[in-house]
Design a protein around this ligand. Structure first.
Ligand SMILES: Nc1nc2c([nH]c(=O)n2[C@H]2C[C@H](O)[C@@H](COP(=O)(O)OP(=O)(O)OP(=O)(O)O)O2)c(=O)[nH]1
Length: 137
């Protein structure tokens, strides 16, 4: 799929919520695009995967967290044109998971209160998502 000469990239993202109502943000590592910015865990939906399957896989790979598809609730989505692609990114909320999140790929992670989200610079696609989380939590 493409818009103009840009491809549409499908990325699944998840707001992991802890029992205090805080949201997990992960910092994009040096060397990647958008390095240093704070994002929701997730990643590109690979061929043959549903977005929910992508998230179950990515939460395990990136954070060592186990969850199940029924524990992923759709909240909203981002639709943002970057220079080289158009990002379509469903955002799920997950409150039921097992394990203690840690940055398994060397990335910093932070549990952030909804009102504190703006203190963490995020990719431009993510900024419109913040009010949805603040309203929910
Ligand atoms: N996981 C995640 N990705 C996001 C968010 N916001 C946002 O613009 N993105 C973008 C960054 C990447 O271009 C893409 C996710 O790709 P990825 O995390 O699976 O792979 P990657 O870092 O290797 O991507 P890239 O360097 O090839 O761009 O979506 C977000 O909140 N979470």
């Amino acid at each position: 799929m493409s818009v103009g000469d840009r491809k549409i990239i499908l990325v699944a993202a998840c707001a992991l919520i802890d029992t205090d109502g805080r949201i997990l943000l992960a910092q994009r590592p040096e060397g990647k695009s958008l390095a240093g910015l704070w994002e929701f865990p997730g990643g590109k939906v690979e061929p043959g995967e549903t977005p929910e399957e992508t998230l179950v896989r990515e939460l395990q790979e990136e954070l060592g967290i186990q969850t199940k598809i029924p524990c992923l609730a759709p909240l909203t989505f981002a639709s943002h044109t970057y220079e080289t692609f158009h990002l379509l990114m469903p955002l799920y909320v997950c409150r039921r998971y097992e394990g203690i999140a840690h940055g398994r790929e060397g990335q910093a992670i932070k549990w952030v209160r909804p009102q504190g989200l703006r203190d963490y610079p995020m990719p431009p696609a993510d900024e419109p998502l913040i009010p949805f989380l603040q309203d929910l939590l």
